[in-house]
Design a protein around this ligand. Structure first.
Ligand SMILES: Cc1cc2nc3c(=O)[nH]c(=O)nc-3n(C[C@H](O)[C@H](O)[C@H](O)COP(=O)(O)O)c2cc1C
Length: 190
């Protein structure tokens, strides 16, 4: 492995704070292409992407659905807090320079469906690493934006597909810090 790839792997962070500068469709195409070079067993190429452009009607529709979902599902009993929480989730979707959903398609058997899901996770990581190499950050969420009951019909995803994440993408403004356990804590050398 080259030193630069190793550095990219270690330095990439989950990012949710972006500069307002737009991400071009060409750049998104480059990132999605990088995603599609992920390993996938039996050449199923199981990933499917939905790009919701900034200002597009679909993005607003999803953001409004997330507002409603958050308002009714957030645990806090205080209505004012529920509104604030719902509005901040909606605004994050509206403001993200780029916003993409990633789905995984099922296979003939449960085993293949599981492999497809794993391959799609690899694809997202490829996209995250490619983004980092271009100065962009990605926030991978399996939370609120993925839990909407009408998400698939709104996007045009098939009912049998599995959502793997909603990706907030943009030029990084704040690069968070995090840590990892030492290798010996997670490895048995037998
Ligand atoms: C499958 C998956 C789902 C995730 N879902 C969320 C999420 O819903 N909300 C969130 O804030 N971060 C989410 N993350 C990001 C993780 O919290 C993040 O990767 C972790 O804190 C480690 O930070 P790092 O990515 O900067 O190394 C998710 C990551 C993965 C791999």
């Amino acid at each position: 492995m080259s030193d630069t790839l190793l550095q990219t792997i270690k330095k990439r962070r989950t990012v949710r704070n972006f500069e307002p500068r737009p991400v071009s469709l060409d750049t998104l195409q480059t990132l999605i292409e990088a995603a599609t070079w992920a390993p996938n067993h039996r050449s199923t190429e199981p990933w499917r992407f939905f790009v919701l452009e900034k200002g597009a009607k679909k993005r607003t529709e999803i953001a409004d659905m997330v507002y409603e979902w958050t308002y009714f599902n957030v645990k806090n009993p205080n209505p004012k807090r529920r509104k604030t929480s719902a509005a901040s989730t909606r605004d994050e979707i509206m403001m993200a320079p780029a916003f993409i959903y990633v789905y995984s398609i099922p296979g003939r058997t449960d085993e293949i469906t599981k492999e497809n899901y794993a391959a799609t996770c690899c694809a997202i990581q490829n996209l995250q690493l490619a983004s980092f190499s271009l100065g962009l950050g990605v926030g991978w969420s399996t939370g609120k934006p993925c839990l909407l009951p009408r998400l698939k019909t709104t996007l045009g995803a098939k009912m049998s597909w599995q959502v793997v994440g909603a990706l907030y993408i943009g030029y990084t403004s704040v690069q968070p810090k995090t840590h990892r356990l030492p290798v010996n804590k997670v490895t048995s050398w037998l």
